[in-house]
Ligand binder design. Structure first.
Ligand SMILES: *Cc1c(COP(=O)(O)O)cnc(C)c1O
Length: 483
């Protein structure tokens, strides 16, 4: 119940409940391992437990917080559990959570430089830091024609890249007149689904996305890319965009950027490189080979919200030519006109993405980088790769399991030798146990399990326990009759 007659939470109440929430989060991290990793609730169960109507009178904060434990926690899948090995991680950390809290406290809407200069300038600065930290091509730094911006997600980054490519290819006419239906784009069948989604959203049409053949490592084949571009030109179409992936979501395949980049240069196509999770590996010099050829790209993105201890959402998107992006997305109504913008001396990030409004996300990223330092971040990335490689060694040494794809970094795709049905049942059993959470993919038409190491608290014992559970459960599933 609000103590103040205004209904607002008073500063003293905020202090008291704020401490309680921070305690709650700290306790959560201490006991996160005790929850079943994958929420066991059935569809509709959480909603059914919620009151049907909103409260007419305000309620005491203690009661609200208690209901988080009672009503919400059963429906939580514990992404921050050290036994979460599913999908790609969405890890976080103390400094990130606190940066997020401060950002919410400031409540800044940073659409223009003028609406909070620090929101813009810290973002530019931290994104330049990351160019150096990942040894990305200098053309992505903001002091030349390029620059970086924080987006909500890699999906949005890829969409913006495609929109800029579309405009560049049509003399910046499509924004006004719509798309003419002859534009085509290329990616591999292993690319993230967000590329196909972007094709539809950008008006090029999902049917105009060409899937380029892959090699035995699931990487894009440049010879087939060149062949398809030539065939499309022959047919009177207008190739405009290639999206290559470093670290595909399905199996962590690495598309060969130098060859793809050369083709894009020769053909005048926009090359976007999607490094959503794996880009973070480049913090460590020994993994920077994944970005060989990136200097040929027009745009690049990676997600600190996946593997760099920065809570969702935070994607870093870089372009080599910011003018193309800004010309594509800029629209200036009278009510946003201001002196700083007119002067041309500032960045207005509203012109760098789809929405107008933007949160102060650079704060949490800055906190993370300052807290861990480059060395701290490198330490954890190395450790995750080392643990995944150890797991891959155990799979290789087993006579009942095999690797389903090369495992260059922190993702291991593997399968039981007993066939798709057995692997499917094995995965269900494992996830129902609550001890760990894995997901699956198909590679060359066959079912494969995926284990990705990337949680902040994951240690060797968790990966060793996962392998023990997998073997024990497989022994049980082997005994069951086929279904
Ligand atoms: C996870 C992932 C994405 C999507 O990331 P969002 O930030 O959730 O949009 C895109 N591309 C790749 C390669 C991914 O792994």
């Amino acid at each position: 119940m609000p103590e103040s007659p205004s209904f607002h939470m008073t500063p003293d109440e905020f202090r008291r409940y704020g401490y309680a929430v921070v305690d709650w989060v700290a306790d959560y991290y201490q006991r996160v391992e005790t929850f079943p990793v994958l929420s066991p609730v059935q569809p509709g169960e959480i909603r059914a437990a919620l009151p049907p109507d909103p409260p007419q009178q305000g309620e005491p904060f203690d009661a609200i917080l208690a209901d988080v434990d009672r009503l919400i926690m059963p429906g939580i899948t514990h992404w921050q559990s050290p036994n979460f090995f599913a999908y790609f991680p969405a890890n976080t950390s103390g400094p990130s959570i606190l940066g997020e809290l401060l950002s919410a406290g400031l409540g800044v809407q940073g659409m223009l430089w003028a609406t909070s200069p620090a929101c813009t300038e810290l973002e530019t600065h931290v994104l330049d830091w990351l160019v150096d930290m990942l040894a990305l091509p200098a053309r992505f730094r903001s002091d030349g024609p390029g620059g970086g911006v924080i987006q909500d997600s890699a999906s949005s980054a890829s969409l913006c890249a495609l929109l800029a490519a579309r405009e560049r290819a049509t003399g910046y006419q499509s924004n006004e007149r719509g798309c003419d239906g002859r534009l085509v784009a290329y990616t591999s069948p292993q690319a993230h689904s967000s590329i196909a989604k972007a094709m539809g959203v950008a008006g090029l049409g999902r049917g105009n996305l060409r899937l380029v053949e892959t090699d035995e490592t699931q990487a894009m084949r440049p010879d087939d890319l060149a062949r398809q571009i030539a065939a499309d030109r022959q047919a009177g179409l207008v190739p405009c965009f290639v999206s290559a992936t470093v670290g595909t979501t399905s199996s962590n395949a690495l598309d060969p950027l130098p060859e793809i980049g050369r083709i894009c240069r020769q053909e005048g196509l926009w090359l976007h490189v999607d490094g959503a999770m794996s880009g973070t590996a480049a913090l460590c010099p020994e993994f920077r080979y994944i970005h060989d050829g990136l200097e040929l790209a027009d745009s690049y993105c990676f997600n600190p919200h996946k593997w760099m201890f920065t809570n969702f959402d935070c994607d870093c998107f870089y372009v080599a030519d910011k003018a193309a992006l800004i010309r594509t997305l800029s629209i200036l109504p009278e009510y946003l006109r201001n002196q700083a913008t007119e002067s041309g001396a500032v960045i207005d990030y509203r012109d760098w993405h789809i929405p107008l409004g933007r949160r102060f996300r650079a704060l949490k990223l800055w906190f993370v980088i300052r807290h861990y330092g480059v060395e701290g971040l490198q330490h954890h990335v190395r450790r995750h790769v080392e643990l995944a490689q150890r797991f891959a060694d155990w799979v290789r040494a087993s006579d009942r399991f095999e690797l389903a794809a090369p495992a260059p970094l922190n993702l291991v795709c593997f399968r039981h030798v007993g066939g798709d049905d057995l692997n499917r049942r094995l995965l269900d059993r494992l996830n129902q146990s609550g001890h760990l959470y894995l997901t699956h993919t198909t590679l060359d038409g066959r079912y494969a399990l995926r284990l990705c190491v990337g949680q902040a608290q994951t240690e060797e014992r968790h990966v060793a326990q996962a392998w023990a559970h997998i073997q024990e459960t497989a022994a049980l599933v082997e005994q069951e009759p086929d279904q």
